[in-house]
Write a protein that binds this ligand. Structure first.
Ligand code: PAF
Length: 307
């Protein structure tokens, strides 16, 4: 595996692979890799001839008072893991290489609407920072396909919208959440949890499972959201949101006007749902989500429920 940190060297290698007719997959990360990231590399291998992974802790997506300085950095270990997983090129640039004019003088990419709600409401500027960095990586690498985890579901939709709005010829692929054996979604920030917090953390997923079951048996959306937040607070989290949204566009599902359909929600898009949650637990901001299809037969488990 090549390990590069200069833009020009990355461009040269990419041009060589283009000339050779090779299809390239990009896997952007902030490092401190875990099994979730490795599933992105496996997905990349299935859809391209060459895999480029990036490790860059992007200062633009952290707000004042957030954990930019403390964010775990483990480049040597990340490099070993990527090489063993079959990655062809690791690009790990310095901040000066990515933002040569400085963080405050960088041209930004804004994805309006999708970026301002849920995590975007609590972390103003976060998705602008993500979209700006990802757009730069897309321009540099010009991958045929780019792979992102579905744990950051809002991020995935923001990136898809950016690609659509800017007419970028890139396929954006989402990969299902990888979980610990007790259901906790894998995250680089899990390392912030104390032993006591780690024992509580799987309740985030548990609250989503309960919420999905209640929605599927006809409970009111607002009540389900409120009860899930209350359950998280009672367990020791500081919940930010638990929100039931349409999976296609993160809009709030519309009730069916005459409440004729089962569960009282309108069109097919209003019944293809996702429940998203974010909560602080000690130093860690945890996020998770669960697909909830109201039209799926009740016996069938939702897609990312563990068996
Ligand atoms: O999901 C992440 O790790 C980051 O937000 C990303 C996409 C690598 C951009 O910095």
């Amino acid at each position: 595996m090549q390990h590069l940190n200069q833009l020009q060297a990355l461009r040269r290698q990419r041009a060589e692979w283009r000339q050779a007719g090779l299809r390239v997959a990009l896997v952007p990360t902030m490092g401190n890799l875990h099994a979730g990231h490795l599933s992105l590399i496996r997905r990349a291998a299935a859809s391209a001839d060459r895999i480029i992974a990036t490790v860059f802790v992007n200062p633009l997506q952290f707000g004042a008072g957030e954990d930019f300085a403390a964010y775990p950095r483990s480049l040597e270990r990340d490099s070993d893991m990527l090489r063993d997983a079959g990655c062809d090129l690791l690009f790990a640039p310095s901040e000066a290489e990515v933002y040569p004019r400085g963080r405050d003088r960088q041209t930004y990419i804004e994805v309006p609407g999708l970026s301002d709600q849920l995590c975007g409401a609590s972390r103003p500027g976060h998705f602008r920072g993500v979209a700006t960095l990802v757009a730069k990586l897309f321009n540099l690498v010009q991958p045929e396909v780019a792979i992102f985890g579905e744990k950051d579901f809002q991020q995935l939709l923001v990136i898809r919208r950016m690609v659509e709005d800017l007419n970028l010829p890139i396929e954006v692929v989402g990969v299902p959440i990888v979980r610990e054996s007790d259901g906790l979604a894998m995250s680089s920030r899990n390392s912030y949890l104390s032993a006591a917090e780690r024992a509580i953390a799987p309740r985030l997923q548990a609250s989503l499972i309960t919420a999905a079951a209640r929605l599927r048996s006809g409970a009111n959306v607002a009540e389900v959201e409120l009860d899930a937040k209350a359950a998280l607070a009672a367990a020791g989290f500081e919940p930010d949101y638990v929100s039931v949204r349409r999976r296609a566009d993160l809009a709030e599902p519309e009730p069916e006007p005459e409440h004729e359909t089962r569960l009282g929600l309108g069109s097919a898009e209003d019944r293809a749902l996702i429940i998203l949650a974010a909560a602080q637990l000690g130093r860690a901001r945890l996020i998770d989500n669960l697909v909830c299809d109201l039209d799926a037969p009740l016996a069938e488990p939702a897609r990312n429920l563990r068996p």
